[in-house]
Write a protein that binds this ligand. Structure first.
Ligand code: GLU
Length: 280
């Protein structure tokens, strides 16, 4: 991709940001600064049950306190507004239509699990990958008529079983994942009327002209899924740089659900961002 470097940080306001987020976002900010580029902040608030407005307000405060500044995004605006995913549904629908006209997706029976799986980015732990959606449950392409709207049903992307998706990561070099083995048919649209993480993030990274995506190693498999979406939509994927994850003393990935060292808590304890960044 030519032109100015455009990076992004894309937090989900479903709880407090912790040091793991800060570490990844700091890498994203540094890479944008080193290249004289632009940093975009995008609020990925597509999960109505978990993303609360107070978390979004706190997220902005935490990011500012830690030393993040963004050229485009919530509060500051920019040419690709809105930068809040819950306000971009009409645009995601265009991408759903493009996938539907390519015959790349199919309606998938409703289930609570389907929904739960689509709401958030599927962060991998070794041995903790999502179960592969059974190909036997796919309808044959001729078995349904493509509607003009997704309606209240989940939609999945039909992966090309056995195809090896390879991309060059800025830190790891060549990374490969095999469709149908490392991941299966994944959700692109939820029956509650919103796109899945995979579709929304591809749509937005393309629409916001992101030239490099910096995020955690737990999303390497998602990058392979997303490359399939880029190909089907006829879009050039950005460059990718996956960062090492911050782990706790037991070697587990820091996650909001483990009540990991939140930035808000560290601030209350009197810690300073400069001290927390020592050694980064
Ligand atoms: N909102 C996603 C998350 O918090 C962003 C993942 C990404 O950077 O693509 O996991």
């Amino acid at each position: 991709m030519s032109g100015i470097y455009r990076g992004r940080i894309a937090p989900t306001p479903s709880g407090s940001l912790h040091l793991g987020h800060a570490r990844t976002f700091w890498t994203a900010q540094e890479r944008a600064h080193q290249r004289g580029g632009v940093l975009v902040l995008r609020n990925e608030d597509l999960d109505p049950d978990r993303c609360k407005p107070q978390f979004a307000t706190q997220m902005i405060e935490d990011l500012r306190w830690f030393g993040f500044t963004w050229h485009e995004g919530p509060v500051v605006g920019g040419p690709f507004a809105p930068y809040v995913q819950s306000e971009r549904r009409a645009m995601y629908l265009e991408s759903w239509r493009a996938l539907a006209s390519a015959g790349a997706i199919y309606p998938s029976p409703h289930s609570r699990k389907d929904i739960a799986e689509a709401l958030v980015a599927p962060h991998d732990e070794p041995g903790e990958n999502e179960p592969i959606f059974p190909p036997a449950l796919r309808p044959a392409p001729s078995n349904f008529i493509m509607p003009a709207e997704p309606g209240d049903v989940n939609w999945r992307f039909r992966v090309p079983d056995g195809a090896v998706i390879t991309f060059v990561d800025g830190r790891h070099g060549a990374v490969s994942r095999t469709a149908g083995v490392d991941f299966g048919d994944f959700l692109v649209w939820r029956k509650d009327g919103y796109p899945s993480y995979e579709l929304a993030v591809v749509h937005d990274d393309h629409a916001m002209r992101i030239s490099e995506v910096v995020r955690g190693d737990d999303l390497l498999t998602s990058t392979a899924r997303q490359i399939l979406l880029y190909r089907t939509l006829g879009w050039q994927p950005p460059a990718f740089y996956h960062c090492e994850l911050v782990r706790d003393a037991e070697g587990r990935r820091l996650a909001k659900r483990t009540e990991a060292v939140s930035l808000a808590w560290l601030r209350e304890e009197g810690r300073t961002p400069e001290e927390l960044r020592l050694g980064w």
